[in-house]
Write a protein that binds this ligand. Structure first.
Ligand code: NAP
Length: 255
């Protein structure tokens, strides 16, 4: 019984790609997947040094992985990168669409370029990587896609119109694709973090941080590991009957 449980949670022999894994939540996810046995590709956009640190952490805990630079906005680059993974390893089992940016500001003053940049990175990036990955997952009749959305996709947030629109789009994409490819044994889910301690939230001032914590029943901001554990579960055999869901990881901030 115990052996069966271990087998179901282990990701041994799985090949995973985590976009935006050089820092923050993506790094924690990459480390967690690799710890559980997956060979994990660490994607990043610019920050090779940080991506290399992620790989070092993985190797220190006995895991295996490799760096894979590409811009998720670029459809050809995403396709080439995923084709290379399959050439090298024979398959791609787990895709975590985590790369994301925020360009916050008052809507009336938002520039068209900001809208385009946020939508192209956060939403089109998910389209680009998922479209390339599912070809291989469909052939193998096994796959896991986990998309990083946000609490603000459902709750909204003043000053984050572009960002929350991109993250709400991810939820629609996730649910529709789950319906389309479920019969091929591919599960696609979204994870919606609340406020997590990373570079992205580093600019929240001390006063606002205290106000925010007052709104969170668990009385703290989240850590990247809080999110990574949920992603690793969704990537595992154990989550084989979960698809099209949005899993909130927000300390109770939004329910
Ligand atoms: P972060 O610390 O700012 O890290 C962002 C990561 O995305 C970096 O690895 C960055 O690579 C990568 N990236 C950015 N643009 C990219 C592109 N065009 N192509 C490839 N990679 C790109 O962010 P985070 O806080 O860990 O957030 C990770 C995800 O969780 C994002 O989707 C974010 O929207 C979501 N999220 C975060 C929070 C939060 O409170 N932190 C809450 C809800 C949802 P480089 O290092 O090369 O720049």
């Amino acid at each position: 019984m115990e052996t069966e449980t271990l087998k179901q949670t282990s990701l041994a022999d799985r090949i995973a790609l985590v976009t935006g894994a050089s820092r923050g939540i993506g790094r924690a996810i990459a480390v967690k997947l690799a710890k559980q046995g997956a060979f994990t590709y660490i994607n990043y956009a610019k920050n090779e040094k940080a991506a290399r640190e992620t790989l070092e952490i993985i190797e220190e805990v006995g895991g295996k992985g490799a760096l894979l630079q590409f811009d998720v906005k670029n459809a050809d680059a995403a396709k080439d990168a995923i084709t290379d993974i399959v050439k090298e390893k024979g398959n791609l089992d787990i895709l975590v669409n985590n790369a994301g940016i925020t360009l916050d500001g008052i809507f009336a003053r938002t520039k068209e370029e900001s809208w385009d940049d946020v939508i192209d990175t956060n939403l089109k990036g998910v389209f680009n990587c998922s479209r390339s990955a599912i070809r291989y997952m469909m052939k193998k009749r096994w796959g896991r896609i986990i998309n990083m959305t946000s609490v603000v996709a459902e709750a909204g947030n003043a000053g984050q119109v572009c960002y929350s629109a991109s993250k709400a789009g991810i939820i629609g994409l996730t649910k529709s694709l789950a319906r389309e490819i479920g019969s091929r044994n591919i599960c696609i889910n979204a994870v919606a973090p609340g406020f997590i301690e990373t570079d992205m939230t580093a600019s929240i001032g001390e006063e606002n941080r205290e106000k925010l914590i007052d709104l969170i029943p668990l009385a703290r901001l989240g850590t990247p590991d809080d999110v990574a554990g949920v992603v690793a579960f969704l990537a595992s055999e154990k989550a084989g009957y979960i698809t099209g869901q949005v899993i909130h990881v927000n300390g109770g901030l939004y329910m």
